[in-house]
Design a protein around this ligand. Sequence first.
Ligand SMILES: *Cc1c(COP(=O)(O)O)cnc(C)c1O
Length: 396
Amino acid sequence: MNMDDIKKGTQCIWSGEEASLMQRATQVPVVHSVSFGYKDIDEWQQVALGEKPGHIYGRNTNPTVAVFEEKLRQLEGAQAVTSASTGMGIISSTLFAFLSPGDRVVSVKDTYGGTNVIFQEFMPRFKIDAALCDTTDHEAIEREIKNGCKLLYLESPTNPTVKIIDIARLAKAGHDAGAIVVVDNTFATPINQNPIELGADLVLHSATKFLGGHADALGGVICGKKELIQQIYHFREINGATLHPMAAYLLLRGMKTLELRIERQNKSAMKIARFLESHPGIEQVFYPGLESNQGHSIARTQMKGFGSMLSFMLKDNTFDAVRRFVPRLKFAHAAANLGAVETIVGPPATTSHVECTKEERAAMGIPESLVRYSTGIENVEDLIADLDQALKSVKG
Ligand SMILES: *Cc1c(COP(=O)(O)O)cnc(C)c1O
């Protein structure tokens, strides 16, 4: 059976593993070897030149890392794949692999905080023009693409207000202008969204979040067109942000339950969003699964599930209300992370938008009392009861 054709739940378990299994082991080994030895000099040369499969040196490739990459490649239905030590490692490797002085990149204002810093701080230093558009203004994005675009960088859903971008529409606009189309698919996961099917050339993930799912390993991964992946691999191999084999093992172990976790988290987040929407202590809920949400109709066509990320604005729209509310939650880590089996909360002022002033956050449509909620796999009734009791602290 062709492994690319099996269903995702089966890919999570079986994809990519067989070639690495040693001495009848049923589990992928963590190969800690920095280099790989060849007595046959001709074979060594063929592997080094990429004419024959195999490994040479751990900064370039590693058997454990290769299994992790292959599993993700199959889940996203891509031609090729490579990885990096963190999500930002793969994002920076991708941007710097393709962009040169004088080039122009088009993206949106609501990209992940670190990505936004690359656009605003580092790109200008390399004389690369980054046009950042209002995230849901598709006409404005299309206009900027027509003004010149080497690389179109999208993210959907976004952080922290979970906005939805029409990937198929913008991928077409990007290709019409000759751009490389990249999508950060971290929030959706390959279970809920597959941007390659929607026309993207490259799809990346911070594996630190949902792929690993247990908040115990950092990693980044990108897949897509072979000739593009080769260039990103080359940049990362030389610049050195390599994924560690132990981290790859932890990520792989987490990915076994990816579909199970995401199916449950999708359902729980929907119930929580509906509960919060009808709660008197809540002013607004941001979740693409709600019919009232601005991105709902696009999300319905391009996503298979609405995900576990939501955010909400308290009726008492002050940071003081957040100070009272967040510590009262029993079943949520207050931490700068997301996508784990545990529920995690945090205000943008301490997580995604820590570098902005209060006024800048307001200008970006991020209210002071916004709380980002990454739904875990706990029992949803307990999560709802927990939110209910904590909200009692903010009514007044
Ligand atoms: C966390 C995150 C990143 C960065 O990943 P790291 O592994 O922390 O470097 C990129 N994009 C999104 C959407 C993220 O949530």
